[in-house]
Design a protein around this ligand. Sequence first.
Ligand code: FUL
Length: 498
Amino acid sequence: MRRMVVLGLLFLVLLSGGCSQRANTYFEKKLTFPNILTSDQKIKLAAYVVPTQQQYEWQQLELTAFIHFGMNTFTGQEWGNGTEDPALFDPTDFNAEQWVIALQQAGFKMIILTAKHHDGFCLWPTQTTPHSVAASPWRNGEGDVVKEVREACEKHDMKFGIYLSPWDRNAVSYGDSPRYNNLYTNQLTELLTWYGKIDEVWFDGANGEGSNGRVQEYDWIRFYNVIDSLQPWAVKAIMGNDIRWVGNEQGLGRETEWSVTPLHPDINESFKSENGRLRISPTADDLGSRELIREAKTLYWYPSEVDVSIRPGWFYHPEEDDQVKSLQELVDIYFQSVGMNAGLLLNVPPDTRGRIHETDAERLRQLGDYLSSLFRKELVVDGDIIWKARSGASREYLMNEGEAINTVMLREDIQKGQRVESFRVEGWIDEAWTTLTEGTTIGYKRLLRFGDVTPSKLRVTIQETRDIAHISKVGAYYAPQPKNDQQNFRPREKPSEK
Ligand code: FUL
């Protein structure tokens, strides 16, 4: 009976159009509610919104590296004004493979390169402007950073994405909206046709005035269409409609992070009016509560990405060599992003040689070692068996005898939707159940830390769920305190000859 009600509802929704259907019961990426639904029916249907295959694959990557490299690397700036002389771009020992190897060893699965930042200098020999590597002395003007990074990624089986800043302080057409949109479309087209597979396009939202004093109006929908036609497997992030910005650049995810949200992802007219009506933006605390869903007309699968730099700036500055984030900070960022149902986009900016600096490379190695040893030893017995849990359901798991734990991992099978609204984890210690941790959303992955305990059993309770939750993983681990590395790593000096 229950199932029939759901199917009946789904049928009504399908009749209303505005959603794409998969396997009869799920709504990929978007669900538009017919206006006859009650609040409870809307909450129930929210449980059936699922990612597209591209979004699902993106979520599984967990770790993506941002590479801010370009004119600013050589001028010491964060935002160039576009008048920089291309002759300044001259890496002395450019080595994209060194980036890929350092990042891959740390567990990163994709690299996103700033093919053009706000200063407009293009890292590939574009035909759209002379302001590019072709006008630089690097490789006698024959170089192509995008190509070399793409090839290094290809060689090491690393995914590759691009950042192409819409804000361009060099382009004379900027501010003359149709003309600049043509130029931007041509740049996108070059990048999406000259370099093989592109896995992500990352759109920054920065917007300025052109020399004519007018604010540039970007044609986002046209940009989306270019990507969808040339690289249909690429995900579009931030000002794009597949991946959402978490809302800060400090590496902080939300305690309650819903991938199913009424936040409108397409930058068009209804983006302004719907998000305005619901009073939400990517920085809002609440993007998916029951209260919001009751008010919503449409829901989207629009998961969160946490972007943060390993250094204070996005670009490399030698004076920040001693401010590379510590292992402890990076581990905390990992728990606050990947461990809070988001992807992590960690920026690691190469230096003026065109290499990842020794300090950053060492910190990446430490992070990779830490994470792989943390998750190598699974201390829950049979935590990988799918558990279909209703609200209030509990399940006990045996632990490896006598092993201390201080971390648990919970996961939902998001291909069946994100559903859990609150949960509790207890440990059987000294003949009694003790609460170890509790939380709200789970989603793709939730990691929680607590003090060291040695329970013989764990009990997980799904207190509230929007429909039957598909718990695909219950894990427990022992996370050692990252060793104090505040003393930044420096390359070993040659022993002095005596
Ligand atoms: C921002 C830019 O203005 C920064 O320079 C950086 O690229 C960051 C990732 O996005 O909006």
